[in-house]
Design a protein around this ligand. Structure first.
Ligand SMILES: NC(=O)c1ccc[n+]([C@@H]2O[C@H](COP(=O)([O-])OP(=O)(O)OC[C@H]3O[C@@H](n4cnc5c(N)ncnc54)[C@H](OP(=O)(O)O)[C@@H]3O)[C@@H](O)[C@H]2O)c1
Length: 311
């Protein structure tokens, strides 16, 4: 099968477009004929070798852990799917990835794709939307009527987080650069902060939850100053001494997304009911994988980056 993989850790030059054997499935797995994958920041972090200690990958490694495609083989214990079903999945980062024509993955992590989206767009959803959903609902326990500040509202995770928070009935404040103001407000934000020219910690107080969907020197510590006691600070990248939050009665958590088909079903429902639009920055063919990684690594993308896999 055609695949994009690495044989050595390093920069985008290490990305190889070539042929690898089609993966075999076990009794609990399905084989997905992949139509599209998405690029997430974790892809280039793994490529650079930054997560070697956490993931225990063996090389060669196919990158990418978001996929949408069609079920082409079923393990004998699999129920709930049939050949030809159109599905999407965020697959475990410890496994071989989805920049390939076929992905073998545990069936219990797979969900039917949203009916209102095509397969290519569906690939943009799983990892980023699941992160946003879990961070807001499980991590921050965000409730209707509460106020949430989302740092990096224009990114892959942030663009889902704004819309999910609105669908939960929250008042949403999003940060991005001024050029992305219209984009962020169109997602449904109630207030916008230009993080390059404004200091959120001087403008806000009594926020119920902050989602730090971006890192940065002092960002978490400054966020503590705008959260009310018993509020929550959920960080997707940087870590912090938890005693700083405890001293203010704030729940702090460095959140790690977990693959989960039930969450994908909840997200699909939000999409099909019109509560979430999928914002796509760009779609690249496999031959332009280096360009796609460079764009993700620039951390300037507006919404999601998709990789189309040839039939
Ligand atoms: N812990 C987890 O399980 C988990 C899961 C998924 C993602 N993540 C992490 O979450 C982060 C966001 O992921 P993503 O996919 O959303 O990234 P992304 O799509 O690459 O984010 C790009 C966006 O970030 C904005 N941005 C950059 N610096 C910013 C800042 N200081 N304040 C506000 N916006 C800023 C850029 O807007 P401007 O051009 O306007 O600056 C751009 O629109 C990454 O660090 C990723 O590794 C963690």
């Amino acid at each position: 099968m055609k695949a994009i993989y690495i044989k050595e850790y390093g920069n985008a030059q290490q990305l190889i477009e070539g042929e690898l054997p089609r993966p075999a499935i076990n009794d609990q797995q399905v084989l997905i004929k992949v139509k599209a994958a998405a690029i997430n920041p974790v892809d280039w972090m793994v490529r650079e070798g930054l997560l070697q200690e956490d993931t225990g990958h063996e090389l060669p490694l196919v990158l990418g852990w978001d996929a949408a495609g069609v079920i082409s083989e079923l393990g004998k214990d699999v129920t709930g799917f049939k050949l030809g079903d159109e599905v999407f999945v965020y697959s475990p980062i410890s496994d071989q990835g989805s920049y390939a024509q076929y992905l073998a993955v545990d069936a219990n992590l797979v969900a039917h794709k949203p009916t209102s989206l095509d397969l290519t767009t569906s690939a943009a959803v799983p990892l980023a939307a699941t992160t946003a959903y879990q961070a807001l609902v499980e991590g921050g326990k965000l409730q209707a009527g509460q106020t949430v500040l989302i740092h990096n509202a224009a990114g892959g995770v942030g663009s889902f987080a704004v819309q999910i928070a609105k669908s939960l009935g929250a008042h949403v404040i999003g940060t991005a650069s001024q050029a992305k103001r219209d984009f962020v407000m169109a997602l449904g934000c109630d207030e916008f902060i230009d993080y390059r020219n404004e200091d959120f910690s001087q403008q806000l107080m009594n926020v119920d939850m902050v989602l730090a969907a971006v890192g940065g020197e002092g960002l978490l510590e400054a966020s503590l100053n705008v959260i009310k006691p018993k509020g929550a600070l959920i960080s997707l990248l940087d870590d912090m001494d938890p005693s700083l939050a405890q001293a203010k009665g704030i729940h702090f958590q460095r959140w790690w997304v977990t693959p989960n088909a039930q969450d994908l079903n909840s997200i699909s429902k939000l999409i099909d009911e019109g509560n979430i639009r999928v914002e796509v920055d760009s779609i690249f063919p496999m031959s332009q994988i280096k360009k796609a990684h460079d764009l993700s690594q620039s951390q300037r993308a507006q919404g999601k980056i998709i990789l189309e896999i040839p039939a």
